[in-house]
Design a protein around this ligand. Structure first.
Ligand code: C2O
Ligand code: CU
Length: 459
């Protein structure tokens, strides 16, 4: 991890960022299932931060070093000591060796900083990158590969006129934390408005929404469809045809775009009204030997009958962002603070259902470390009754997940006024992990909790 100057656009002066080696975002790590790797994450950053730390937040209080990092492999089934526990941060000059077993199916994973109470700032500075795990099942599918397989890390940023990153502050003295960040522009692989020369054929894109808070609604200016073939934790059962792809912070999508019909044209990748990048499609005919298979893999459903327990977990708190007196309230998971005792303690290899009861007005992308899960449904409920009586009164039928959400997930969009149910098998390792909202401003201000996978204890 180093500080570096990087040109994000030819007409802007170099921008100070943090990254890995000489790149920001960091290099893409490619790993193979069955081949474990070690990564020594070395902190060679300066000792002063260049973004506004809030010392009033739990975990960033007086005496805490300004610059501290700990890297987490998002989506990795990793032993607890290598998972990047937020309190296991270390300072410049130190390093940590992490072990990644790679004993899980192929997926688009990513690594990023997870330091307690400053993750939003460290990631905003650029401490993130992709980690592509491959396996033979996927290799056999003949998907577009090598120069036709492109990682695309997307995040929004704002800049000052001198080209430097701008992160806002609340205006409250001593309490700079803001409840969300929405930037003026969406960057692709750390670059502003890039173009990409493409051939008139199929490409595979590994999309990651690494924004602090922004949900992406991706579409192509040609109004053509594309096919999502994978989600957070690997391939879907069948490709899902889309014209618009919603990606919450932390989510990934594996997508095939065919530029065949756009030969000689330019196609923009957009999110809402934001232009992200331009594909310049060549008019030179080419041979496309790659496939878009009809069937990708079989995903066995986790049966609700196998669940040993259902946990009702409320997503709550947070002030009114327009009201200066309440806008700095923390957001909480089930009313608990980070430092409260562990309450979620599933037994290793058991199945549980977690019902995420969102009483707030925002959608929260909820992420669990170590595990993969399936989405059962989302169901609207009467928030007022729940807040007053703690009684769940549903107001309509449950809604099945979208077709592109029916594969293995590790991050789920918990919509406002909905109970979002996920079903999880806690397989992998026993030990201490975390679950949290992946809106980084929320995560840093108490919307994160430890959880503990407990090894079976015999009678
Ligand atoms: Cu990508 Cu705990 O996070
Ligand atoms: Cu949130």
């Amino acid at each position: 991890m180093r500080e570096m100057e990087r040109r994000i656009h030819p007409s802007l002066p170099p921008t100070r960022t943090w990254g890995f080696g000489a790149t920001s975002p960091g290099p893409t790590i490619e790993a193979k299932r069955g081949q474990p790797i070690f990564v020594e994450w070395m902190n060679e950053l300066p000792t002063e931060h260049f973004l506004p730390i809030d010392r009033s937040i739990h975990g960033a209080g007086p005496g805490t070093p300004e610059v501290r990092t700990i890297i987490h492999l998002h989506g990795g089934r990793v032993p607890p000591e290598s998972d990047g526990y937020p309190e296991n941060w270390y300072t410049p000059g130190k390093s940590l060796l992490s072990f990644y077993p790679n004993r899980q199916p192929a997926a688009t994973l990513w690594y990023h900083d997870h330091a307690m109470a400053i993750t939003r700032l460290n990631m905003f500075a650029g401490l993130l990158g992709l980690y592509i795990l491959r396996d033979e099942i996927e290799d056999a599918l003949n998907l577009p590969k090598r120069k036709y397989e492109i990682p695309l890390i997307l995040y929004d940023r704002s800049f000052r006129e001198d080209g430097q990153l701008y992160y806002p502050v609340s205006g409250i003295p001593g309490r700079p934390w803001v409840p969300e960040f929405f930037g003026d522009a969406i960057l692709a692989n750390g670059t502003l408005f890039p173009f990409f020369d493409t051939e008139p054929r199929k490409y595979r894109f590994r999309l990651l929404n690494a924004s602090n808070s922004r949900f992406l609604y991706l579409s192509l200016s040609s109004r053509q469809s594309f096919w999502q073939i994978g989600s957070d934790q690997g391939l879907l059962q069948t490709p899902v045809e889309l014209k618009m792809l919603t990606l919450a912070p932390g989510e990934r999508a594996d997508v095939i775009i065919d530029f065949k019909a756009q030969s000689g044209q330019s196609v923009l990748l957009k999110s809402d009204t934001y232009t992200i990048l331009q594909f310049r499609v060549s008019n030179v005919p080419c041979v496309d030997g790659s496939a878009k298979p009809e069937r990708l893999q079989t995903i066995p459903r986790i049966l609700t009958a196998d669940a040993v327990r259902t946990r009702l977990l409320t997503l709550e708190g947070g002030g009114d962002p327009d009201d200066p007196t309440t806008k700095t309230q923390p957001m909480l998971l089930n009313g608990a603070h980070w430092s409260d005792p562990v309450t979620e303690n599933p037994a290793l290899d058991t199945v549980e259902i977690w019902s995420l009861i969102n009483v707030t007005e925002d959608a929260h992308p909820i992420h669990l470390h170590m595990v993969r899960f399936q989405i059962l449904d989302r169901r609207p409920f009467d928030v007022f009754t729940y807040l007053n009586e703690r009684v769940l009164r549903y107001t309509a039928d449950a809604i099945a997940p979208d077709a592109n959400e029916t594969g293995w997930k590790d991050t789920v969009r918990a919509d406002p006024g909905m109970v979002t149910r996920i079903i999880i098998r806690f397989e992998g390792f026993a030990g201490r992990y975390v679950w949290h909202c992946h809106v980084l401003e929320h995560e840093d201000y108490e919307m994160m909790r430890p959880y503990e996978v407990v090894a079976f204890q015999g009678p």
